[in-house]
Design a binder for this molecule. Sequence first.
Ligand code: SF4
Length: 681
Amino acid sequence: MMRDMATDLPSVCPLDCPDTCSLTVTVDAGRIVKIRGSRANPYTAGVLCAKVPAFFPGLVHGAGRLTRPLRRAGARGSGRFEPIGWDEALDLIHDRVQAVIAEHGPEAVLPLNYAGPHGLLAMGSMDLRFFHRLGASLLWRPALCGGVRTEAWVGTYGPTPGIPPEQAALARLVIAWGNNVTWSNLHLMPHINRARRAGGKLVVVDPVRTKVAEQADLHLPVRPGTDVVLAWALAAALEQRGGLDRAFIQQHVAGFEDFMALARPWTPARAAEVCGVPEAGIRALAEWYHLSDPAAISVGNGLERNRNGGSGIRAIFALPALAGKWGRPGGGCINGAGFAFPKTPARLQRPDLAPAGTRTLNIVDVGRHLTDPDLRPPIKVLFVYNHNPLIVHPDQNRMRRGLAREDLFVVGCDVVMTDTLAWADVILPAGSHFEHDDLFAAYGQHWLQRAEPVIPRQGEALPNTEIFRRLAARFGFTDPAFTASDRELMDEAMDAGDPRLGGVRPSALPAGRAVPMRFGGEEAIMFRTVWPATASGKVELTSAYLEAKYGAWLPSYTPVASRFPLALLSPASDRRITSTFGGVDGGGGAPPLEMHPEDAAARGLTDGQPVRVFNDLGEVHLRLRVTERVPAGVVWTPKGAWLRTSDNGQTVSALCPAHHADIAGGACFNDARVEVAALPA
Ligand code: SF4
């Protein structure tokens, strides 16, 4: 509906960020003119990051916005397209997919989607029903990000929530471990500050001296990939100083002796050497953790992106169980928030529609599979949506070679033209979340929200649900699962009978108000209102679940061996959510490469100089920033920059290897090892 006067309307931020802010969107003549934080969600309380107000209106209404279906009109990858109608686009897709299925079977079709929008409908509902019914290859998506941390959590505590982030305010000690709170978990900061004003301490464990690390009482710049050693050393130091809660362990912990047998050899001195942190720092953290009650740990995504990622996170998750920190407000881990909601993914996504025995491919391996001449059946059709894999996946150059295959049919579906969509054969214009209903269950806090459209559909763009509804109809799928309305989908996304929804159907939740997830009327407090949901009902430091899935009974440590000397970190940027917004406002130019002065001096490099960053996988050209923000031996540049920021068609993911972490088949971006040299003029 067009509106004649500027109107403020409620919405929710849909981006891949733990905070899931409530928004006030000012709409004038059907266009978004301003976005502010709203107080509908008490956790985000009217505050937004700088990115969303600055870039979201440009994403929705800017030059890159897709408003009509397109067909490739030039060489593959040339980015030349011509408009076509919806019927023609659906016919093209149908005919090509049917031909591929006739020759190779349905597993030759692969959806390549990730988490661009985080609304439950847009992220994975009708689309997955369609691919399941089609018999397409299944995709293991969590491996790209978040899956290692989630699996480590489930392996240790089961699918149950930890404490909500607000409880950090009650802690006498907060440990932000691999969590750049200022950029990636902004709304946790006021609660940490409240704790500190009441006399609590803040410890940051992060290789980089981030802004929150600068403010901390203690910063441990742990060497990338060695977090498991540091956590083991803390466990051993706690035991040494009598900081273990023996009664709690006896009653609630499984695998204590096996875990401690791995931890005990790691004295502070030995761990300090491996982790690159002062021995005194390890001792201080062990002492503070022992003596602070309650103590809260927030584990971010940073430390999972290496081959020891699952082990590191499991060992950290063990600490509150060993030290008896659970069971009171503010004690334990601020993790597992996704399990605070009564989600019903099997009803929403209908995996039962997939033929038995359908293969599952790990999202991290898609570049390799696309270029593998021996894969049977080969991938012949790729549906890319909610995702920009050319920018985001490790081993970018291999992904590009895969997308360039002349025999591959690529369907792209997105809100804006992306670097990946330039390789598509057919492009379908997707609606932004401002144009459709959706339901938002956060992964970093415990408030459920629903949003309604605030602007009309732009051009011929359609919500993901409608796009896949139409595709399903074109393929002759007549089951009611494929005609369900968005409201019906919302009601299938959550258990309406769960007391957390207070008797209100998900589709009837009021927009502009967030619903707190409560357990018996109280916030989640492990061992008081919620309990471990493991098979044993205990905190499992040895995990049959992780052993069965990944052969990971216990945490382990394997150093990275490489002939390239510098560890490359490519974490979140303050300009983008992964790659989202990379196409707006020129993308912000090439990001810097940060390097310690000792490393710069050893290479004769100076601040501001253009450099080549390279390894066996690729080469990226960046401008050097010499700073003590990063430790010696580590270089840093943010992820997600688009190709327009590059002078040689490669961005940082070209340097990242595609091997797997110890659990969840997780991506190991931070196992990238590189050399840096001056870029010849
Ligand atoms: S990206 Fe995160 S912090 Fe920024 S508005 Fe969205 S939810 Fe809030």
